[in-house]
Design a protein around this ligand. Structure first.
Ligand SMILES: O=C(O)C[C@@H](Cc1ccccc1)[C@H](O)SCc1ccccc1
Ligand SMILES: [Zn+2]
Length: 165
């Protein structure tokens, strides 16, 4: 399993670089990310969160957690509508808040064979895709909340960290 960076770790704010070619390293990284996402009971994970600054996302919104999807070098082609959704983040454990994002998106990406595909998503899938693609841009969902909320979240996580030390 890969260690997941915790907010406000500055490495979460690094911009990910495109993948040149899908080689053994990328295939291995994807497997590790899928296992890490499952162990953390998340429905998505971006490489940035495991301190690998490459444009790779895995997600699995199936109930049985048995349908992982891989997006390499994802690009947002289209976005429509607006949708507010309660979001959480494996890098900000225990914090949930509402974020407004596009309701439908069309994303183009490479699969594990390096083949380009386009996917139209809506609802939770669209929310998750946008949340993960933000991670690759060095954005965390708490950045959309008010400064007051951000400070409260930092204080809460610092306090929790002190308690565990
Ligand atoms: O940390 C991550 O990027 C994974 C998130 C992805 C996600 C965020 C917001 C909305 C949907 C998915 C985790 O899966 S956090 C756990 C979770 C699952 C469903 C809804 C909210 C939070
Ligand atoms: Zn996240």
């Amino acid at each position: 399993l890969l260690p997941i960076l915790r907010y406000p770790d500055t490495r979460l704010y690094k911009k990910a670089k495109p993948v040149r070619e899908v080689d053994e390293y990328i295939r291995c990284l994807v497997q590790d990310m899928i296992e890490t996402m499952k162990a953390a009971v998340g429905i998505g994970l971006a490489a940035t969160q495991v301190d690998v600054h490459l444009r790779v996302i895995v997600l699995d919104i199936s109930k049985e957690q048995n349908n992982p999807e891989v997006f390499i070098n994802p690009r947002l082609i289209q976005q429509k509508g607006q949708r507010e959704h309660e979001e959480g983040c494996l890098s900000v454990p225990g914090i949930y808040d509402k974020v407004t994002r596009a309701d439908r998106v069309v994303v183009e990406a490479w699969d594990l064979e390096g083949k380009t595909f386009a996917l139209e998503a809506e609802g939770l899938m669209a929310t998750c895709l946008q949340h993960e693609m933000d991670h690759l841009e060095g954005k965390v969902f708490v950045d959309y909340l008010s400064l007051l909320k951000q400070n409260r979240i930092k204080a809460k996580l610092r306090k929790r960290l002190r308690e565990t030390l």
